[in-house]
Design a protein around this ligand. Sequence first.
Ligand code: GN1
Ligand code: MG
Length: 363
Amino acid sequence: MKTEQDLALIAGKFAIKGNIESIAPLGNGLINDTYMVKADGPEEYVLQRINNAIFKDVELLQHNIECVTRHIRSKLKEAAENDIDRKVLRFVSVKESDKTYWTDGNTYWRVSVFIPDAVTYEAVTPEYSYFAGKAFGRFEAQLADIPDTLGETIPDFHNMELRARQLHEAVAADKAGRMADPEVQALVEEIGKYEEEMTKAERLFREGKLPKRICHCDTKVNNMMFDKDGNVLCVIDLDTVMPSFVFSDFGDFLRTAANYTAEDDPDISKVGFNMEIFKAFSKGYIESAKAFLTPVERENLPYAACLFPYMQCVRFFADYINGNTYYRIKYPEHNMDRTRNQWALFQSAKAHEAEMKEWIDSL
Ligand code: GN1
Ligand code: MG
């Protein structure tokens, strides 16, 4: 654990304005450690320790983020937008180089300017979901002509075939002795029944029927900043911006926003897929994305809404079976609670698939 003093020394490596006054934990991310840095200058900052066990190529990671923020900034300028600094993240360089990350050889850090007067939410209304849909569609549209080549910061991040394989490997290795539990065994079997159906995207891709585009790949609802009137300011948490299927952004937003409760609520009687959120979000998304969406992408949006609870269930479950090595947990059974929750959400989404199709066709 770093002390506030250690953190201040690290933040001091970056070209921030003024003297640091305080540093305190910020947000609910499951991967990186995030802190709010208050200074006596004109700006406040966000300091993040990049989890380099997960993001193994930090150089590539920051390259992607710099390209993406530069490109979006130029698009905003072109569109003569006002208030650009609240609409795209700005990363601060290290004092002694032009890099946007600093390392002591062991840990990796970066600093961005804190966006003032903005809020994130853990849950949203249909109205805000509509705005979010427009914003993520616009984010993808803005990145459609990015001139740089972006690498996959976590290769095959949303590849369902890989995620299914990782679960099989976890089950076979049974490192934490979980397979003795009949509930775990039964769920492994249930999950297996949908594997063929849920790996459809990879087959469509191999058949040349589905493109990869630059996507955000972590569109959970708390990765979007709103102003006080509910307007979307910008999309944050850009670590996973990379080539993927549009299903990633569409599906992951709904996985979090359309669930009636949080992704780790242990009371699964509260879990369910909220069609009002689905309808509002998909309307907004299609309005922004219709210019580039192909018919195959569009007709598979209901599949995407089912795929992401399924994939997240598989990922939480594999981590639980492996003995909790990936996601931050707050108590020993946390990943199992998340698994049950996402499985219930998947079933609820599946039950609404036909209704989702009808709605998408009507737009
Ligand atoms: C992680 O970093 P955070 O908490 O925004 C994860 C996402 C998962 C999410 C589940 C790099 O996102 O893929 O959907 O947790 N990010 C990574 O809450 O694995
Ligand atoms: Mg986040």
